[in-house]
Write a protein that binds this ligand. Structure first.
Ligand SMILES: [Mg+2]
Length: 108
C-alpha cells in the first residue's frame, strides 16, 4: 500500500468519524478527543510491549501475540495520522523534511 493511499483513507475516515462519533464537536474538541485517543492507544501499545517481554502480571498475559502487538502499532500510527489531519499538518511534507534533518545529522 502506498503512503498516498493511506492518507486518502485517513481523509475519508476523518469525515466518517466526524459524522458518526462526534457530529456536534467543534474543531477544538475533535483535536482534544484525538489527542486523548492517541494517549489511550500508546497505553495499549505499552501493555502489548510489556506482554511481549513477559513482564506483565500473569492475569494480563492472556491473548497476547505478535499480531495483537502489531495491531496496537497500527492503532498508534492511524490515530497519529488522524490527529495530524485535525491539526492541518501535511504529514507527507513534514515527514520528508524530518527525514532530511535526520539524514543531515549523519552527513556532517
Ligand atoms: Mg488499540
Amino acid at each position: 500500500m502506498e503512503f498516498q493511499e493511506i492518507l486518502k483513507f485517513i481523509k475519508e475516515e476523518d469525515v466518517r468519524m466526524r459524522e458518526h462519533f462526534y457530529p456536534h464537536f467543534d474543531q477544538e474538541k475533535v483535536i482534544l478527543a484525538r489527542a486523548v485517543k492517541l494517549s489511550e492507544e500508546v497505553g495499549e501499545l505499552s501493555d502489548e510491549i510489556l506482554r511481549s517481554l513477559n513482564v506483565q502480571r500473569k492475569e494480563k498475559m492472556d491473548g497476547h501475540s505478535h499480531e495483537t502487538l502489531a495491531k496496537e502499532v497500527a492503532d498508534v500510527f492511524m490515530v497519529t495520522l488522524l490527529l495530524a489531519q485535525s491539526l492541518d499538518v501535511d504529514v507527507q511534507t513534514i515527514v520528508k523534511k524530518k527525514i532530511q534533518e535526520i539524514e543531515n545529522r549523519y552527513n556532517k
